[in-house]
Design a protein around this ligand. Sequence first.
Ligand SMILES: [Zn+2]
Length: 203
Amino acid sequence: MSLRLLQEDVLFYQRFLKGQLFYTGELDGLWGRYTERATREFEQATVHLRDDIGAFDLRSEANIMTLTLTAQREARLFLKRVASLYGIKVKILSGTRTYAQQAQLYEQGRSTPGAIVTHARPGESHHNFGVAWDIGIFDSDGKYLTHDEPYNQVAATGLTDTLEWGGHWTTFVDRPHYGLRTNLTLAEIRTRFEEGATLTAIT
Ligand SMILES: [Zn+2]
């Protein structure tokens, strides 16, 4: 997922920008000068954050760009905290997914080939609102690690009061998953997102 792909779904992208007060136009799904201006300002703010906190590997960078600024800050600080862990490297492998991308992912293992990777339909995942990311952990040879232990180790170092971790979930334990902690239900976040209401109050 990249910011470019996010921008291809103009209505989704406008909601994403409006909730962060960058976009001031109508939620009409048409790319116009307000969308253009909001994009420029959003990208500038992203660069400032990167310069302030630090840059990471290219894959993580591409995914961080798809998050809201609040989540970008948290994701960068998280990566910074876990960067010193011995013998492993943490990368952000996914960030925001549009509703259309979530729909496609949901069908995987159901109507399309592959294993089931999500139980969330469009609008049912925190990834649909710019406030969640998934990590991958690699050893010093670059091998992708999937067993629980390193994920628990990263959580022990990386978690703060401002973050939610999928490893704490009981119905579907999801150790690679992190997101902003919020006192809103998923339905409340979804309603706000679709109205273009501010999401910065979530934290
Ligand atoms: Zn996730």
